[in-house]
Structures are given as C-alpha cells and as structure tokens.
Design a protein around this ligand. Structure first.
Ligand SMILES: [Zn+2]
Length: 256
C-alpha cells in the first residue's frame, strides 16, 4: 500500500484544475473540523477502521469557474480514490454542503482495495474495490454502494444536528432513489427472515459492516436466501434483484 500512502501524503495529480480551488472560509474550516472530529466514532460503530482525514484532503471548488471552463460541475463532486481526496463545490446552503461533504467522506472511509493487492484480483480481472463497488471492465454494485453511502451520511447528519427527523422532513437530496431501493430490499429481508432479524436496524448493520469491511459474503448469502439462489450475482450485474433468471425456487412469484 505504499503507493497509496505516498499519494495520500503528497496530494498530487488532482483531477481538477488547481485554479478551480477556493480557499475555505473560517466557517467552512470549522464545519469541516467538526465533521472530521465526529466521523471516526461513527465509522467504528459499524465496524469500520476510520481513515485519518485532514482538511487538506478536502478541496472546495468554485462551481462558477468550472462552468466558465465549459465543464459540468457535478463531475467534480467526488471522492477521488486514486488521489485520496474529496472535492466538492460548496454552496451557500450549509446543510446541503454538509450533506455532500459527509457523503463523500463516507466513500473515503469505506473498504478499499487497490489492484496490486493480489487477493482482491478475481479471475474476471476486477481489480479495484471501493465500498461495494467493483471497478473493472464493468462498474458493479454502484447503486448499492451509493445507497449505503447516503444512508450512512443521513444517519450521521441526523446525529450531528441532533435531529432524527430530517429524513422524514425530506431534507436530504442526494441519491434518494438508490436509498429507497435499498430500504425496499432491507424491508423484504426483514420480512422473510424474521427469525434471524428483529429489526431493520439489524439488517442495515449487515450492509454497513460489509461496506466498511469489503466482505460481500453475508450480503450475498442473505439476498440469495431471501430472493432465490443466484440473486446476488444477478443483482451485482444488472441492479435487479427481482428477476433473477437463475435457479430460483423461492421468491419469484412472491416478489413479482
Ligand atoms: Zn457517492
């Protein structure tokens, strides 16, 4: 992992133009340090190993300058796993900025493997994993990865503001369709595995732990058990967990 560490320390090769970067205001620095202070405990709660992130790993970009250069600003709101940095375009809406920042910082803390690590290179040649996403010839499980990232971000923020009703009040904006699909899957898992799980929270823990550890086995087994054999593989490849064409005995009729 030495390449990774070098990149992390040096902060080189940004994907954005250096002149797009905006200096952070004192208020923004305070907001960042409050988030960074709380994040490690939150990550540990779900079995993750918090990454040490500094304000210098977070870059605030000027959306106007990006637009003036003819680029689309959304492309630059991201966790850049190659360079170990987060870049966002902050707006005057502080809660929206925090939401985007926390979302990207969850990606930063999620499981990551790089191609050089032999044990993660599968026969199919997938060589990089970030959270659930398997990045290779195809980009697999990206919806699930975004859903769990955002679900974690919303929980963190509700906690941060000590306001557990923000979700109900519709105050979150990112990745809401992925989140509702994840919740649909979790509801069904709970419904059909009531002996194993007493609450949806217990089901979510399996997803969150897997997001941070990178171990997909439990999720795979659980989805196959609930929706029929081969579902997880089909879901990974197509994003569809209901119409697996494999040897499904249970679930097909039920879930149509
Ligand atoms: Zn994301």
């Amino acid at each position: 992992m030495s390449d990774f560490k070098d990149t992390f320390d040096k902060q080189e090769k940004h994907m954005f133009k250096p002149e797009w970067e905006k200096e952070k205001t004192p208020d923004q620095e305070r907001m960042i340090s409050e988030v960074l202070e709380r994040l490690p405990d939150f990550v540990k709660k779900f079995g993750g190993n918090p990454v040490s992130i500094k304000s210098k790993n977070i870059h605030f970009l000027d959306a106007e300058k990006i637009k003036a250069d003819g680029e689309i600003k959304e492309n630059y709101i991201q966790y850049d796993y190659n360079n170990q940095l987060v870049s966002i375009c902050p707006t005057d809406n502080e809660s929206k900025t925090i939401e985007v920042l926390v979302h990207e910082l969850m990606h930063f803390n999620s499981f990551m493997s790089v191609g050089q690590e032999e044990k993660h290179v599968s026969k199919k040649g997938y060589n990089t994993r970030v959270g659930f996403s398997i990045i290779g010839e195809k980009y697999l499980l990206n919806d699930l990865n975004e859903a769990v990232t955002q679900e974690l971000a919303m929980r963190f923020i509700e906690d941060y503001y000590k306001n557990p009703y923000m979700r109900k009040a519709g105050e979150f904006v990112s990745r809401q369709s992925e989140v509702s699909r994840l919740n649909e899957i979790m509801d069904k898992i709970l419904m059909y595995n009531s002996k194993e799980f007493k609450s949806k929270e217990e089901v979510f823990r399996i997803f969150a732990e897997s997001y941070f550890s990178g171990n997909l086995m439990k999720i795979g087994r659980l989805m196959d058990k609930t929706f029929g054999k081969g579902t997880f593989r089909h879901y990974a490849e197509t994003g569809d967990y209901l119409n697996n064409s494999g040897p499904r005995k249970r679930g097909r009729k039920k879930y149509k």
